[in-house]
Ligand binder design. Structure first.
Ligand SMILES: Cc1cc2nc3c(=O)[nH]c(=O)nc-3n(C[C@H](O)[C@H](O)[C@H](O)COP(=O)(O)O)c2cc1C
Length: 413
């Protein structure tokens, strides 16, 4: 273990839930103690059917807590949730995973998870059928989207005598995942602390009649990844989201908007207090001139829709900006021509333009990956990068911060 971590005597909050594998938490406690961690064990009531409480107390040197009540005025679940370097739930039962994904807080451990600012990791342990159930899979993907890290179970013989995937990961795998998380936590740079970031994401729907609309293929994944990255880096994030099928990022102030006009209204409302605006939404350029209040029935004739241009929201926001605000626009193009993009950036009056080629297979709308060409106002920056939207989000935020530093330097020169 490196000296830096040793000196700080990191606190690990070990959550134990009602799985047959709970007795293996004892091995974890011993390993963590050997590595000089201070281990606080919080068990659910059901975990105590499988975890010998007194042994866990002797091994950890702390009392094993199960209830939020009676902890006394000095210790609150909020403090427990904040002071740990990491929260590790091992084993995590199917029931407890569901509770976390639903945001339930009906015992000490689930309340701590909901109030946590520390990184949360969990090691599922259950029968293979439970692990493969669509409910569990949905809960796992929700937790993943909140950056709650799963240490996947292994294949092997299960408590039922059957074999399959569901055995809690090995103690060494859990321990190294935990160490990695603690190290990241130590090094995580909160370079957006105190900054307000306004992000738009997803498509807009322009109504034709009560059942039909004109939309686009934006999934919102890029904008949501940007929101998650900005939150991790300490920003206050307001996410104006079009209709998407994604769970809201944990910690974002989320505001939903359906049409381009609604999005415009919400963006203008939040823009004055923002330091950074990132316009990742695919806002419809056109809307219907008249929408029908009743469903239009078939009448054997062609149907001509009259469309009119929507206002240019990015342009008008850039026009309304105050000094110190940084704006990044997005452009979804079927071909990336640098000269055309540079003209677009100047026309819109934004600082940075991230263009993605939506005609490329495996990137753009709906995909988890993207290829972005990023250019800036003065033509100094022109960089293309491909990768997971999550990684691209971190990269884009780095570029925004660099741009802000340069702008500040230029103002002071
Ligand atoms: C003998 C026994 C073993 C169990 N093992 C598991 C298990 O390994 N994983 C699991 O998800 N549930 C298991 N369960 C079911 C959970 O204990 C039950 O869903 C419980 O409500 C979980 O409580 P919790 O939210 O405190 O984890 C087991 C139940 C019994 C009776």
């Amino acid at each position: 273990m490196d000296d830096n971590l040793k000196q700080k005597k990191r606190i690990i909050l070990l959550g134990v839930t009602g799985s047959i594998a709970a007795h293996r938490a004892l091995d974890l406690i011993r390993l963590l103690k050997t590595e000089n961690y201070d281990v606080k064990v919080v068990a659910t009531e059901n975990a105590l059917h499988f975890l010998p409480k007194e042994t866990a107390e002797v091994f950890s040197g702390n009392t094993v807590e199960t209830s939020a009540y009676g902890l006394g005025p000095q210790v609150s679940h909020v403090e427990w949730a904040q002071e740990a370097s990491a929260i590790l739930i091992a084993p995590a039962s199917a029931d407890f995973i569901a509770k976390m994904a639903l945001g339930l807080a009906d015992d000490l451990l689930s309340t701590i998870c909901l109030a946590a600012s520390s990184r949360i990791l969990f090691a599922p342990a259950m029968e293979e059928r439970m692990y493969d159930h669509p409910a569990t899979k949905t809960h796992l993907s929700i937790l993943k989207s909140w950056n709650i890290r799963e240490i996947p179970p292994e294949a092997g013989s299960l408590a039922s005598g059957r074999s399959g995937v569901g055995r809690m990961a090995g103690i060494d795998s859990i321990f190294s995942a935990l160490q990695e998380a603690v190290r990241q936590d130590t090094h995580e740079i909160k370079d957006l602390l105190g900054k307000t970031v306004l992000i738009s994401a997803g498509p807009t729907y322009e109504p034709i009649d009560p059942v039909r609309f004109i939309g686009n293929r934006s999934s919102g994944k890029m904008g949501y990844a940007l929101a998650e990255s900005a939150i991790r880096r300490g920003a206050n994030v307001t996410l104006i989201s079009g209709p998407v099928a994604l769970p809201p990022p944990h910690g974002a102030n989320i505001v939903y908007a359906e049409t381009a006009r609604e999005m415009q209204e919400k963006l203008f409302h939040h823009f004055p207090s923002a330091d950074i605006l990132i316009m990742a939404a695919a806002i419809s350029d056109y809307t219907t001139k008249n929408s029908f209040s009743q469903k239009k029935k078939k009448d054997g004739k062609d149907w001509l829709l009259h469309l009119e241009e929507n206002p240019d929201i990015l342009f008008s926001l850039a026009k309304a900006r105050r000094p110190g605000q940084t704006i990044m626009g997005f452009a979804a193009e079927t071909a990336l021509v640098k000269k055309e993009l540079q003209d677009k950036l100047l026309r819109k009056g934004v600082d940075l333009l991230a263009a993605n080629n939506i005609s490329e297979t495996g990137s753009g709308f709906g995909s988890d990956n993207n290829t972005i060409l990023l250019i800036d106002q003065d033509g100094l920056l022109s960089e293309e990068k491909s990768g997971a939207k999550k990684d691209l989000a971190d990269w884009l935020i780095n570029k925004i911060l660099l741009h802000r530093t340069r702008a500040l330097q230029n103002r002071n020169d």
